[in-house]
Design a protein around this ligand. Structure first.
Ligand code: NAI
Length: 335
């Protein structure tokens, strides 16, 4: 029986990388019946909401979504679609594996980087609670709750134990935000105490950023509140080749949406230049979520082989191939 999965191609380079990913998934032989839902700035404006009902209903029905990027206007306009999806479906854990791709030239190619970042996805400064107190004075509220902090910490530690990871590093700024980040870190400690088999340490976010650049190979699992998670995970993506290659998953109790870390890249949209690795790698996380381990491993090996071969890479990672040529090469390596 085919899996029913919602496909949200998004806009910008979204449709290009989505099409490439649908092609390689078809080549794995896993039967998927896609429920395609369109989501882009004009559609959002037409419906007057970041998350039109047909999109939400589809993911609620299928339980699993694969999503391309959607453009969000800066300083005004509608609110972020991604934030809306995560909130509405209670996708509380943002999971981003960051690892060295063999053969990909990066500034850190001499060290083996292999970390998984867990970012709390529902609160913090993303609560959207902003207001102008008086003219030219604006207040944004940072919300941290015991419920959400315990939930993400438990998720990260459970993942670490299940996947043989050795250490969880919680990242915070509790020396300054003593109450909010203080609560987050107390929750992390509480959860750590029931996982004696997983080592635990804490780093202040500025120090963590420096250590990630100086000694990225020493990190294993990172556990962060929403805003630091957003920033630090892009920093980590830069260590292994950039936004074009890093996958992501938004996990909830009932639903999961898999998406690349990068945005809609308007500068290269429609030119057939986009690197689909990030969305393909997100699809690998999706296959694992569905229990399709063999297909996931095959696809992972095919992408690695394409990078090792090095002749069909896209321009963002130093190659000259377009989206389609890269995709054809991955399919060839699938055998
Ligand atoms: P971006 O990730 O779209 O682009 C940053 C740079 O990386 C650009 O030079 C772009 O060409 C390059 N790049 C990104 N993905 C690439 C890929 N797959 N292959 C090759 N090059 C790639 O970030 P930017 O410019 O800050 O955001 C553009 C729009 O995307 C904004 O409206 C933003 O709000 C939205 N966005 C959406 C996300 C989502 O839907 N998940 C996530 C991040 C941003």
């Amino acid at each position: 029986m085919a899996y029913k999965i919602t496909l949200i191609p998004g806009d910008g380079i979204g449709p290009e990388v989505s099409e490439a990913t649908v092609r390689i998934l078809a080549a794995t032989g896993v039967a998927i019946e896609w429920e395609r839902v369109e989501l882009s700035a004009p559609i959002i404006e037409q419906f007057g909401t970041s998350l039109p009902p047909h999109v939400l209903e589809s993911v609620e029905r299928t339980g699993v979504g694969l999503k391309g990027p959607v453009t969000t206007p800066v300083a005004g306009g509608f609110k972020s679609v991604n934030v809306a999806i995560r909130k509405q479906l209670d996708l509380f854990a943002n999971v981003r594996p960051v690892f060295t791709l063999p053969g990909l030239k990066t500034r850190f190619q001499d060290v083996k980087i292999d970390m998984v970042i867990f970012r709390e996805n529902t609160e913090d400064l993303y609560s959207g609670l902003e207001h102008e107190v008086v003219k030219d004075v604006v207040e944004s509220l940072k919300i941290i709750t015991r419920f959400a902090s315990m939930r993400i910490a438990e998720y990260a530690f459970a993942y670490a134990r299940k996947n043989g990871r050795k250490k969880v590093t919680a990242v915070h700024k509790a020396n300054i935000m003593k109450l909010s980040d203080g609560l987050f870190i107390r929750c992390c400690r509480e959860v750590a105490s029931v996982y004696p088999d997983v080592a635990y340490n804490e780093l202040i976010v500025d120090n963590a950023s420096m250590q990630l650049v100086m000694r990225p190979e020493t990190f294993d699992v990172l556990l962060l509140p929403n805003l630091y998670g957003d920033i630090v995970s892009d920093l980590a993506a830069g260590l292994v080749g950039g936004l074009g290659v890093v996958p992501g998953a938004n996990m909830g109790e009932k639903h999961a949406v898999f998406e690349a870390v990068h945005g809609s890249a308007p500068d290269i949209a429609g030119k057939g230049l986009a690197n689909p690795t990030a969305l393909m790698s997100s699809a690998i996380l999706m296959l694992r979520h569905l229990g399709e381990r063999t297909a996931a491993d095959r696809l992972q090996s095919a992408i690695a082989a394409t990078y090792r071969e090095g002749t069909h890479l896209t321009s963002d990672v130093g190659g000259r191939a377009g989206t389609n040529e890269f995709t054809d090469a991955v399919i060839r390596h699938l055998g």
